[in-house]
Ligand binder design. Structure first.
Ligand SMILES: [Ca+2]
Ligand SMILES: [Ca+2]
Length: 367
């Protein structure tokens, strides 16, 4: 049984190991902790740490050509294995033979029914992974299924009641309109393309599945692979493919994890932090997706919920402060940054069971 809160980064263990090894003073801890990515929506209180089981709904889209069928089937198998590793429940749609009893209802209906059967509330993450082809007719984006296709509007309607943490990953061509349609609070949406007009076959899906099991995907080398790291690694590999082939890239993946309906391409990231945000976006994308782990968070699983909640709140305060950097007087920003980092450093240094006052993380001040 794995809860969403336990799917967090094992910063405590890594950080304390660093401190113990070097007997570093607090200032060193402050420097080290600056590498800790933070939470996207600092204003949101951390959800309760009650145990819960995530669900992966993995959709094997219509292949068209049998060669694509093999490609899609391999991706589905990799995602299914990831779900198993996380202790999650997995539901596969579209893989069974079309004549099988389970496929008597078409795949679109099965997806609708599967989503309707999911708990709408709680802290257990719901993952929806779409693997296949997509199309766009200048008005409506579709994900191709056996039988009736799935439109972005369909999916938005079916997901509307879902208040659980939700990640939708659409690896198909012409998938970008799904991001705008599905974006919302506590949701991560990843698409293989930046517009509906990118309708060529996408390599992002294969690249993402490969990234799930590639040790190099652990970009910050903390022993865990996050959804953000997988997105960035997959997108980078797609870019490298087109460059090495001397071809114009026909796909540009996007991620949105702050609910503003605006996606951020991988090329806007330096390391794990986005250095740009879309015009009028309230915050950068990425920190939230870095908290969704694709490998078990064994370190966090051993920490008391109170310790994890405190860590998350401090990271949230840090993320908010970073987003306010350009609007704060430099001296104020530096002072608040130092205070927050020191609190976080004390928290990691003390570990569970020891207080690290102040009891509440400092709320970044507005200018
Ligand atoms: Ca990592
Ligand atoms: Ca966004």
């Amino acid at each position: 049984m794995i809860s969403f809160r336990l799917h967090r980064r094992p910063r405590g263990r890594c950080f304390r190991r660093r401190l113990a090894a070097g007997a570093a003073p607090l200032l060193t801890a402050l420097v080290l902790v600056t590498s800790i990515p933070a939470v996207a929506r600092a204003s949101s209180p951390p959800p309760p740490a009650a145990p819960a089981t995530p669900t992966f709904i993995i959709v094997n889209g219509a292949a068209g050509d049998p060669a694509y069928g093999d490609v899609f089937t391999r991706q589905v198998a990799t995602w299914e294995k990831t779900a198993t590793t996380l202790g999650a429940r997995s539901i596969i749609i579209g893989r069974d033979p079309a004549e099988a009893p389970a496929a008597a209802a078409n795949d679109r209906t099965r997806l609708q029914q599967s989503l309707a059967a999911e708990s709408q509330d709680g802290t257990a993450p719901l993952w929806l992974v779409l693997i296949g082809h997509g199309t766009f007719d200048t008005r409506s984006a579709r994900f191709n299924l056996r039988g009736d296709d799935l439109t972005a509007t369909d999916l938005a309607s079916w997901l509307q009641p879902i208040r659980r943490p939700l990640a939708v990953i659409n690896t198909a061509s012409a998938s970008a309109p799904f991001l705008k349609a599905l974006s919302g609070p506590d949701r991560i949406v990843i698409t293989a393309t930046r517009s509906g007009n990118e309708q060529n076959y996408t390599r992002f899906g294969t690249s993402l599945a490969t990234a799930l099991t590639d040790p190099a995907t652990d970009l910050d080398q903390d022993g865990q692979v996050s959804l953000l790291e997988a997105f960035l690694t997959a997108a980078a590999n797609v870019t490298e493919f087109y460059q090495s082939e001397g071809r114009l890239a026909t796909e540009h993946a996007l991620i949105d994890d702050n609910g503003d309906s605006l996606g951020t391409p991988a090329s806007w990231f330096r390391g794990l932090r986005a250095t740009r945000k879309p015009t009028n976006a309230p915050a950068t994308d990425g920190p939230r997706a870095h908290q969704w782990l694709l490998t078990p968070d064994t370190a966090a699983a051993t920490q008391p919920p109170e310790w994890i909640a405190r860590r998350d709140a401090l990271e949230a305060a840090l993320a908010t402060l970073r987003d306010q950097k350009d609007s704060l007087p430099p001296a104020d920003y530096s002072r608040q940054l130092e205070s927050t980092l020191l609190d976080l450093a004390r928290h990691y240094e003390n570990g569970p069971g020891l207080p690290d006052a102040p009891a509440n993380p400092p709320a970044p001040r507005t200018p």
